[in-house]
Design a protein around this ligand. Structure first.
Ligand code: NAG
Ligand code: NAG
Ligand code: NAG
Ligand code: NAG
Ligand code: NAG
Length: 352
């Protein structure tokens, strides 16, 4: 036996001792989620990896995942594990044989054997997997948006399984066509989303409630009639808040225009400072419109309460045509005046 071989044999014996001493690695996986069964081996060439589920009572074992000739070998994989297992391929050469198991179910509980063999030696490690339920997770937020004539309501990170219900006015929700999808994420928590098509009523309200045994939230979308404005003029975008509401105005869904938290001054985003003329007590936004390229789009006023969101949705169209534009400026001015008067009166009567 050469010196090198002796070293290798010693190493192999040492590794086997380590395995024996270490005992099983315990892994707790969340039901429905993904989980990593850890396994390390001393890397060398000609790697062969086998993950098996083993049973105490008989000698039965299930083939969970195999790898050799530098690729997955799933021909003999037990159907119970089909499409749910993967190795970290880029880390195998570094001695990482860990197995990722997705959509964990109760049947996955038990003892697993990780067998790794290289041109140097073969090694074994055991992992015991237990399955537990996720901790309860409350409905933290519900998002509701209108895009392309479809209202979408979404929430996620919830446990146990939530329910989603729509209510619509002025028409009854029962005639709505809706599709609700539920999905379980990597942590075993539920994501839920639902779509419904929009009626062509000029103004309507869509409410979506997401709840489970422990918590619930509601999001309401108020569709306002589309508004028009000329370039280089002011337009008042209505919202119905009180000074105590947490209010956010956004443009085209993902750009924040401004935010005002209960009892505080409004904070206007830098790029909107030249456009925002005023924010009334009731949350209506007096906006200076520049051009259609810059100002045309969807404006949303979102009010956030302890367990609900209330969104006002307004499409603003900018008329570049000079004649139509001038006409609209006049109409718009009058309507701005009226609206301001109206909101002042509303504020006054609220205060008395
Ligand atoms: C193997 O690699 C994965 C992915 O980077 C990592 O999450 C895991 O902890 C590694 N396992 C071991 C035992 O090194
Ligand atoms: C909305 O419709 C436009 C044009 O038909 C399309 O480009 C866009 O991807 C659609 N958006 C969504 C969210 O479906
Ligand atoms: C939505 O669809 C489901 C099944 O398609 C139905 O039971 C429900 O009543 C519908 N309406 C609402 C408002 O959720
Ligand atoms: C919207 O409603 C009007 C009046 O009821 C009707 O004439 C029109 O066809 C409707 N449009 C669509 C797209 O349903
Ligand atoms: C908003 O979304 C659009 C596409 O949906 C993207 O092109 C744009 O970069 C986003 N803007 C921000 C501020 O995230």
């Amino acid at each position: 036996m050469t010196a090198l071989n002796r070293v290798q044999v010693h190493k192999a014996v040492f590794l086997m001792l380590v395995v024996l001493v270490q005992g099983d690695t315990q892994v707790g996986c969340v039901f429905g989620g993904s989980c990593v069964l850890p396994c390390r081996f001393q890397p060398n060439s000609d790697t062969i990896l086998h993950w098996n589920k083993i049973f105490k009572t008989d000698r039965k074992k299930l083939e969970v995942h195999s790898y050799y000739d530098d690729q997955d070998q799933l021909g003999y994989q037990d159907p119970l594990y089909k499409g749910r297992t993967s190795l970290f391929h880029d880390q195998i050469s570094g001695g990482n044989a860990s197995l990722r198991l997705a959509r964990v179910n109760l049947q996955d509980q038990g003892r697993y054997l990780c067998y790794a063999s290289t041109s140097l030696n073969s090694q074994e490690a055991f992992v015991t997997l237990t399955v537990r339920a996720p901790d309860p997770a409350a409905v933290a937020r519900v998002d509701i948006v209108l895009v392309n004539n479809t209202v979408t309501c979404k929430s996620g990170g919830i446990y146990p399984r939530p329910q989603l219900t729509w209510s619509v006015s002025p028409r009854p929700a029962t005639v709505l066509k809706n599709t609700t999808k539920v999905h379980i994420d990597d942590k075993g928590l539920y994501d839920i989303s639902s779509l419904t098509t929009v009626y062509n009523d000029t103004e309507s309200t869509y409410s979506c409630s997401v709840q489970n045994e422990h918590s619930g939230r509601k999001a309401t979308l108020r569709l306002r009639s589309p508004m028009q404005s000329a370039p280089k003029s002011e337009v008042l975008l209505p919202c119905e808040a009180s000074g105590l509401d947490d209010i956010t105005w956004t443009f085209n869904h993902n750009q924040t225009i401004l935010r005002r938290q209960a009892g505080q001054e409004k904070v206007v985003e830098t790029e909107w400072q030249q456009h925002v003329r005023d924010l009334s007590e009731s949350g209506s936004l007096l906006l200076y419109v520049t051009s259609s390229a810059q100002s045309e789009g969807t404006y949303r006023c979102t009010l956030r309460y302890a367990d609900e969101e209330d969104v006002t949705h307004i499409e603003l169209k900018i008329l570049e045509d000079p004649i139509a534009g001038r006409l609209s400026v006049n109409i718009q001015r009058q309507s701005v005046m009226l609206n301001l008067l109206w909101s002042e009166r509303a504020t006054l009567s609220n205060n008395t």
